[in-house]
Design a protein around this ligand. Structure first.
Ligand SMILES: C[C@@]1(CC(=O)O)C2=NC(=C\c3[nH]c(c(CCC(=O)O)c3CC(=O)O)Cc3[nH]c(c(CC(=O)O)c3CCC(=O)O)/C=C3\N/C(=C\2)[C@@H](CCC(=O)O)[C@]3(C)CC(=O)O)/[C@H]1CCC(=O)O
Ligand SMILES: NC(=O)c1ccc[n+]([C@@H]2O[C@H](COP(=O)([O-])OP(=O)(O)OC[C@H]3O[C@@H](n4cnc5c(N)ncnc54)[C@H](O)[C@@H]3O)[C@@H](O)[C@H]2O)c1
Length: 198
């Protein structure tokens, strides 16, 4: 087997608007994870279970249509019918218990700030219209991930979204078979790598 060096995490972009997320914990970290989920996928269905749900969380979810708040202790049945689990509780035993139950159900789980308990990490996200870049440092430094996001946000021109829209229209207009289209699209974008850029 090839030796693994660098970052072995496999990046995917989830259709979260079509999925049901369970978030356990409604404090400061819970709000951070909730914000990350909903700023990317505002129509995601999220059930939040927490003994105490903070006023900030209540205030934040008021703008989102598909959020259910359950102010009580976590119950195993909360995992029924959900697709993805994010845990942001302040109870290490609870975190471990949910982690184990998710494994036995083959449900993917993120336990905030606890890499050993995560099947997936959240990343820093750069957004320019339809363009989205996910950044991971393999958990080495979320702070650097955040700084990289700021750097790329500055560096990428706003017009990149217009270019994407234009390319999408161009693809629909092109005639010929798949290979011809790929050739034409590549020829059209070759100049993007030149000094003049986009
Ligand atoms: C990217 C981002 C996404 C998000 O959360 O939405 C994210 N953390 C962010 C910020 C951030 N988190 C922390 C700080 C304080 C400074 C510091 O410690 O560095 C800051 C910086 C800040 O807030 O300024 C604390 C922290 N985080 C983790 C640990 C545990 C450890 O490192 O062992 C500790 C120490 C806890 C302690 O000491 O007790 C672990 C994880 N944090 C991850 C993601 C995953 C790895 C991502 C990657 O591969 O890079 C991973 C593994 C799991 C996960 O949580 O998913 C988000 C940036 C959002 C943005 O772009 O603005
Ligand atoms: N706040 C930070 O900046 C920070 C930084 C790094 C790590 N952490 C860690 O992240 C975790 C969460 O931090 P926080 O600041 O959001 O804590 P918090 O106390 O604000 O929130 C914890 C949430 O977990 C809920 N909870 C506890 N037991 C529960 C149960 N049995 N069922 C359902 N919900 C339950 C609480 O009701 C609350 O909503 C802690 O373990 C903390 O050590 C926090």
């Amino acid at each position: 087997m090839k030796e693994i060096t660098g970052n072995p995490l496999f990046p995917v972009f989830l259709q979260l608007n079509e999925l049901h997320v369970l978030l356990v914990g409604g404090g400061k970290v819970g709000l951070e994870k909730l914000t990350a989920l909903l700023e990317n996928s505002p129509k995601a269905t999220v059930t939040i279970v927490a003994r105490e749900i903070s006023a900030d969380v209540r205030h934040y979810v008021a703008n989102y249509p598909r959020i259910q708040l359950l102010e009580r202790a976590f119950e195993e049945t909360d995992l029924n019918g959900v697709d993805l689990v994010v845990v942001a509780s302040n109870n290490p035993e609870l975190n471990l218990r949910i982690r184990k139950e998710c494994r036995s159900r083959h449900l993917l789980i993120n336990v905030a700030d606890k890499p050993d308990l995560c099947d997936f990490y959240l990343g820093s996200i750069v957004k320019k219209g339809n363009l989205k870049l996910g950044i991971s440092t393999n958990g080495k430094s979320p702070t650097i991930a955040k700084r990289m996001k700021e750097l790329l946000n500055e560096a990428l021109p706003e017009e990149i979204d217009e270019t994407l829209t234009y390319m999408s229209q161009l693809r629909d207009l092109l005639k010929g078979d798949f290979n011809d289209k790929v050739k034409a699209l590549n020829a059209h974008t070759a100049s993007l790598l030149s000094k003049e850029g986009i």
